[in-house]
Design a protein around this ligand. Structure first.
Ligand code: BES
Ligand code: ZN
Length: 632
């Protein structure tokens, strides 16, 4: 069954809500402002046209022995219908023990509830029957050890090896696997949380923390800004904190913290740069939390504390574009959020564009241009790998699909190219002012592509008639390729790398290459290896490897492209290191292409299956489900 929740019962209320809510920073729903179609989130069962969560109160205990979070979630709702008697929430595999309803938060009465049959894509609708005056529900529940949005790590999977670790990943629709909730980015709520953990551990949430609770086993959090459910996040482990500036710092296991603080020391400068471009940072602190290597993403923009993979800590800051990216989401995403996952490009395309602007301002055009070229190459690869045609466009079709199954870099890179095109046609200054206005006027709202287009035509296109045609805009929205009028990046540094590659391919010695490459950064190495033909002479490959130690590269990005080349060449000398890598690292972007490449041949697939047999238990459930799908 497909969940369909309309933002509004009819378009007529749209403009009224708009007037009521648009100027309030606490606006929970987006104004539709005259849009002709009803935007709806296909990924939620919640009846958000009738009830809207305004505030959430969590009281949860983390039990590492049974691998459960258990306790209560109280939802304070705003009613849109005075006589409604059913609240529908999202849930996935939750063990619900009791639900109560209240109208004042003082007197609580047991409520009846039932689950609809679960669907693989969305879990099950939890239907709670409430009295007509009730506007609060309190659910007592527990998560199963397999909760899709949580990863419970054994001490062996941490760097300290002594304590277990737990972290959550709610985006896109996994919040429902650890909280019964209206799991849609269209709804924003504030929250308070009490988290109970073993005394030796520290809990961190993406919210304000009350200081001085270490060692007590009880932690309190408060999120004063209204956020969508996918930004609720928690990590529990042997975590230490090191400040980097007044408002920035790093959380990590003690063994990892010094290197992390060094790598990310420019974070404050990045914030100042972004503020100068797009307006004030509105979330108070900006910290980074470095997770164990099984974290399935590069980074996750949890508000006030970005969660990050340790694989970007390479010692030379060459991969800190990740920080620029997650920080940029504090504007494009956390402040102005896609209302449905089909509008994901409004989050990631904008953020990718902002990321490169920040990198350009802080580290220079050489690095940002390299990132643009590498992004373009990733886009080409994604378009070739994707099997659903709509996933090659800015707005994939998500009916009956977990948005995660449509995940690719297309909305990132095509979206960023779209914005670069607008920047070129209108000039940087004008475009910067336009973007800043977009963020300011939609702060703390959830927005649709239709709303962006309307804003675009009103505040940018109309200022210079003829600069962009309607047909060009339509092509950006619907094309499966890159429009011929896109502004293509160019990188002198990577062109130099290509010349070095050509020279080496023509037979120049590896010693010459060692000289040319002495100052190469991660991006240059990645480009060099990736731009090599997929079939190479075995002796030359092993000479290259021996001299440059590629198989044993401590840099996970370089090792990744090298392993792909090794697979294509059946360069088996690299396979034992590749196997260790695939067991140690759970970052999807780094491991999935390796499984996919291996699976193209029979013996490769056998190897992939064998490695996965050892690696699977160490992966996060979202990485497991991707690789399961690939090797099935
Ligand atoms: N918000 C994403 C991660 C995400 C997207 C998680 C969709 C779950 C569903 C985050 O901002 C991101 O894009 N991370 C990238 C790194 C970035 C530098 C491109 C990643 O994890 O690879
Ligand atoms: Zn992102």
């Amino acid at each position: 069954m497909r969940p369909v929740a309309y933002f509004y019962r009819s378009i007529a209320v749209g403009p009224i809500l708009c007037v009521m809510l648009a100027c309030s920073p606490k606006a929970a729903t987006p104004p539709v402002s005259g849009s002709s179609q009803l935007p709806r989130d296909m990924s939620t069962y919640a009846n958000i046209d009738i009830f809207i969560t305004k505030h959430l109160v969590l009281d949860l205990t983390a039990d590492f022995d049974s691998r459960t979070l258990h306790g209560t979630a109280e939802l304070r709702l705003e009613r849109r219908d005075p006589s409604a008697t059913e609240v529908v929430l999202d849930s996935r595999d939750l063990d619900v023990r009791k639900i109560e309803a209240s109208s004042d938060g003082a007197a609580w009465a047991d409520a009846t509830y039932r689950f609809d049959p679960a669907t693989p894509a969305f879990g099950s609708a939890l239907r709670v029957t409430v009295p007509p005056d009730a506007d609060r529900v309190r659910i007592t529940y527990a998560t199963p050890p397999s909760a899709k949005g949580l990863q419970w790590l054994t001490p062996a999977q941490t760097s300290g090896k002594k304590q277990p670790f737990l972290f959550s990943q709610a985006q896109a629709i996994q919040a429902r696997s650890f909280i019964p909730i209206q799991d849609t980015p269209a709804v924003r709520m504030t929250y308070d949380a009490t988290i109970r953990v073993p005394k030796e551990l520290v809990a961190v949430m993406a919210a304000e923390m009350t200081p001085g609770e270490k060692g007590s086993g009880v932690f309190h959090f408060h999120m004063p800004q209204p956020i969508p459910s996918y930004l609720i996040a928690i990590a529990i482990g042997d975590l230490a904190f090191q400040p980097m500036s007044e408002r920035t710092g790093v959380w990590a296991e003690p063994a990892a913290i010094a290197a992390a603080a060094k790598e990310f020391e420019d974070t404050e400068q990045m914030i100042k740069t972004t503020e100068a471009l797009y307006g004030p940072y509105r979330w108070g602190r900006y910290d980074l939390l470095v997770l164990p290597p099984s974290f399935p993403f590069g980074g996750m923009e949890n508000p006030r504390v970005t969660f990050a993979t340790p694989t970007v800590i390479v010692g030379d800051k060459s991969l800190v574009a990740l920080v620029a990216h997650e920080l940029a989401h504090s504007w494009s995403g956390n402040l102005v959020t896609n209302a449905t996952w089909a509008d994901f490009w409004l989050n990631e395309g904008f953020t990718t564009y902002l990321e490169r602007r920040i990198v350009e301002a802080v580290y220079g055009k050489k690095l940002s241009d390299m990132e643009r070229i590498i992004g373009l190459r990733d886009l080409g690869q994604a378009r070739a790998d994707l099997t659903v045609a709509g996933d090659r466009t800015l707005q994939p079709t998500l009916a009956d699909r977990d948005p995660d199954d449509a995940y690719s870099v297309v909305p990132y890179e095509l979206g960023a190219l779209f914005l670069s095109f607008l920047e070129e046609r209108f000039g940087r200054d004008t475009f910067d002012r336009f973007l800043r206005r977009w963020f300011d006027e939609h702060a703390f709202q959830s927005v649709t592509t239709a709303q962006f287009l309307e804003f675009l035509s009103k505040h940018l296109l109309s200022t210079k008639p003829g600069a962009v045609t309607d047909q060009e805009i339509q092509e950006w929205l619907h094309t499966e390729s890159i429009p011929s009028f896109a502004v293509m990046p160019k990188s002198d540094a990577l062109e130099k790398v290509e010349r070095a590659r050509d020279a080496w391919l023509r037979g120049e010695s590896v010693e010459e290459l060692v000289k040319t490459s002495s100052a190469w950064s991660t991006q240059e190495w990645v480009h060099f290896i990736d731009a090599l033909p997929r079939k190479l002479d075995g002796d030359r490959l092993s000479t290259l490897d021996r001299r440059l130690k590629l198989t044993d590269s401590p840099n996970a990005e370089i090792a990744h492209v090298w392993f792909r080349l090794a697979i294509a060449n059946r360069y088996t000398a690299a396979f034992p290191a590749m196997e260790r890598y695939m067991i140690r690292i759970g970052r999807r972007k780094l491991i999935v292409p390796l499984y996919r490449d291996l699976a193209t041949t029979t013996e490769g697939k056998a190897l992939a299956t064998r490695i996965y047999g050892k690696a699977r238990e160490g992966y996060h459930p979202v990485a497991q489900s991707t690789v399961d799908g690939l090797l099935k």
